[in-house]
Design a binder for this molecule. Structure first.
Ligand SMILES: CC(C)(COP(=O)(O)OP(=O)(O)OC[C@H]1O[C@@H](n2cnc3c(N)ncnc32)[C@H](O)[C@@H]1OP(=O)(O)O)[C@@H](O)C(=O)NCCC(=O)NCCS
Length: 433
């Protein structure tokens, strides 16, 4: 497989200079060089506190890493592995009414021996400048800790739901759906998950394209996955025999009760019927007392499919973080639900989206954005790039951020922004990266 073009984008020279002053070499890891490639993967695993991967696991991880632009920070005095890692790739992200190219950032690690000396800052700023130079208007990531990325302008934009259901009391209420459920072997499961995600990702803002390694991992085909043996797969075929849903899950025994817990690794569907069929399978599963799943949209129908809504616990948590880089391009890439004519003043300590911007949204739902000479005092609304990024995909409400004192402006203007920006289906990011 040929590496995508973004892997050829050179490293940011400003970050390179800064790190060189500390005696560090910030460079693209050469994935055609076996030692460099393996060093990157092993440093990444060490940075995320994983066990030392086997050679087979390294080889498998490299299949995914080779699709990305991998940057290592090397300290000649600290051995062969990079002391810090980051990677990125350009992926389509669904936005209301369309798609935008997003600079996805992952593998952010700094080794325990080199922490808290500004390496992560140099790498993150370097990623944003590289994205800007490549003409990419927005960056995204998922986070290990919610306190790390605000300082670079990322806002929590795509909250998701973690659902758990007490199947002993839930009581299935949904209608029976036509079609049938069939167990799937792991390779079929991986293929189904990939196809179904690709078919459905355009229906919710925030979703990005997957990659083969992700679906293999979900299906229990990843080397070193301690739960792999427990992974099972089930697929739903509609009345015409077309696969409309697939689910990877594990069953584990609850000690001393001879009953089990069903953990859904991922659930991909392209129709409401498929989702109902798979939820019915879960809620009515014999010998199962409880079931859980993460990364579901906030409007998942599960509570309305059971007799006792209190059997379903919903925990909403941050998941997808976005960072607007090129404000006009990002705002013009999506559709809006209501007209708007407003001047926003955006604070952005890194400069990318800073300034005053007139945003006019017409009856067609499209925006026209241009820079204005105004100041924070003359603008209708003042907000930071974090808040702008948070509301961008329609998953976080401007009114909520205004209530938190994080967007400033007249109440009716904030409400108008809210009306324009919100998405119809709850935005979602169903992938960790
Ligand atoms: C998170 C991590 C990459 C930070 O690397 P680092 O080089 O030590 O960070 P820096 O020295 O550049 O610090 C940059 C800023 O982040 C802050 N910071 C660093 N780690 C942080 C953490 N875990 N939580 C909150 N803030 C953190 C620093 O205090 C500093 O703040 P400042 O800009 O206000 O001065 C590193 O701790 C790490 O590798 N952690 C384990 C892997 C991980 O969680 N990666 C993130 C994946 S999403």
């Amino acid at each position: 497989m040929t590496a995508p073009e973004e892997t050829l984008i050179p490293v940011d020279t400003e970050s390179q200079r800064r790190l060189r002053e500390s005696g560090l070499d910030y460079r693209i890891a050469d994935m055609t060089d076996p030692a460099d490639a393996e060093g990157f993967v092993r440093a990444d695993a060490r940075g995320f506190l994983d066990e030392e991967p086997t050679d087979k696991a390294v080889a498998q991880m490299l299949e995914t890493m080779r699709l990305r632009r991998n940057i290592g920070v090397y300290d000649a005095a600290a051995g062969d592995l990079p002391v810090a890692t980051v990677n990125s790739w350009i992926t389509p992200m669904t936005v209301p009414g369309g798609e935008i190219d997003m600079w996805a950032i992952s593998s952010v690690t700094v080794s325990g021996t080199h922490r808290r000396r500004g390496i992560a800052r140099a790498m993150l700023e370097g990623e944003l400048r590289s994205a800007a130079s490549a003409g990419i208007a927005i960056a995204g990531l998922t986070v290990s800790e919610a306190t790390i990325y605000g300082r670079y302008g990322f806002g929590s934009a795509l909250p998701v739901a973690r659902l758990s259901v007490d199947t002993t009391r839930a009581g299935w209420m949904g209608e029976n759906v036509p079609g049938r459920l069939v167990y799937a072997d792991r390779q079929t499961l991986a293929d189904d998950l990939e196809t179904l995600h690709e078919q459905s990702r355009t229906t919710r803002a925030g979703q990005i394209a997957g990659w083969p390694g992700r679906w293999q991992r979900m299906a229990g085909l990843a080397e070193g996955d301690k739960e792999a043996a427990a992974v099972r797969g089930i697929r739903y075929l509609d009345a015409d025999g077309v696969v409309r849903g697939a689910m990877a899950y594990t069953l584990s025994e609850i000690p001393a009760v001879f009953r089990s817990e069903l953990r859904i690794r991922t659930l991909q569907t392209t129709t409401d019927e498929a989702l109902r069929a798979l939820w019915q399978f879960v809620v009515q599963h014999d010998l199962v007392d409880r079931a859980s799943v993460d990364l579901r949209p906030l409007d998942d129908p599960l509570p309305w499919l059971v007799a006792d809504q209190r059997a379903v616990k919903t925990e909403v948590h941050d998941h997808g973080w976005l960072r607007v880089i090129d404000l006009p391009t990002a705002l013009q890439a999506r559709e809006y639900r209501a007209p708007l004519d407003v001047v926003l003043h955006v604070d952005d300590p890194l400069g990318f989206a800073a300034g005053s911007w007139r945003i006019r949204i017409g009856a067609d739902g499209r925006a026209e954005v241009r820079a204005t000479d105004g100041t924070a005092d003359t603008a209708d609304v003042r907000l930071g790039v974090i808040e702008l990024s948070a509301i961008y995909a329609g998953g976080v409400r401007a009114t909520q951020l205004a209530a938190a004192g994080r967007i400033h402006g007249a109440g009716e203007t904030i409400t108008a922004i809210d009306e324009a920006f919100r998405a119809s289906a709850a935005p979602l990011l169903g992938i960790w990266y």
